[in-house]
Design a protein around this ligand. Structure first.
Ligand code: URA
Length: 209
């Protein structure tokens, strides 16, 4: 599938399997998500622009590389996105963070925004949007639409799991935004859950069920 990056590193796949198990405790699930998200951040930031700077080692002057441009922005789609956010910040601690809150209108089933807070200068920044489950795609599509109004330099979308329906819907609206995922599961069920999936990601992260 074009513009989908499947992160099939053995450590990522192993941790994801442990997370899927229904008997994984909240504590275990959250810890694994944190570790897995750090590994995913490593892959997602692989193509970041670099610049050469001159530094002094204890022995001599040298030209060496640092990341170029303004700080990256991680945008968490509330609330489950916060589970991925923490792990990503472990390895990119200087990143800026934005939050988008959306709920599903029970009548129209469309995503309605209730919170949107971003760092300044978004037009000069690269954005990584995070949400563990790309299922119907409605929240992700609405969040990216809203972020595009700020004309960022680039947008990537990162999830743990997705399914063919989620990918198709997201790419219909945003063919230019790459998806990074640890798995593409079989299908969506009638309630918008991914099968075989891992259940409700928010409930599993925060122990609310
Ligand atoms: N959101 C979840 O938390 N789980 C799914 O399977 C689908 C959407």
């Amino acid at each position: 599938m074009s513009n989908v990056h499947l992160i099939d590193h053995p450590l990522v796949q192993h941790k994801l399997t442990l997370m899927r198990r229904k008997d994984a405790s909240t504590n275990t699930f959250r810890r694994l998500l944190n570790e897995l998200s750090s590994l995913m951040a490593y892959e997602v930031t692989r193509d970041m622009a670099m610049q050469d700077i001159e530094i002094e080692t204890p022995l001599e002057t040298m030209t060496s590389k640092v990341i170029d441009g303004k700080k990256l922005v991680f945008v968490s789609i509330l609330r489950a996105g916060n589970g991925i956010l923490e792990g990503m910040l472990n390895i990119v601690p200087g990143a800026r963070v934005g939050h988008v809150g959306l709920y599903r209108d029970p009548k129209t089933l469309t995503a309605v925004e209730y919170y949107f807070k971003m760092p300044h200068d978004m037009h000069e920044r690269d954005i990584v949007v995070v949400d563990p489950m790309l299922a119907t795609g409605n929240s992700a599509i609405a969040a990216v639409e809203r972020l595009k109004e700020l004309s960022p330099k680039s947008i990537k979308f990162v999830c743990l799991l997705t399914c063919p329906e989620g990918i198709a819907a997201f790419h219909k609206s945003h063919p230019d935004v790459p998806i990074y995922t640890a798995a593409i599961d079989r299908q969506l069920n009638d309630h918008g859950y991914i099968l075989p999936g891992l259940g409700d990601a928010g409930d599993r992260i925060f122990g609310t069920k």
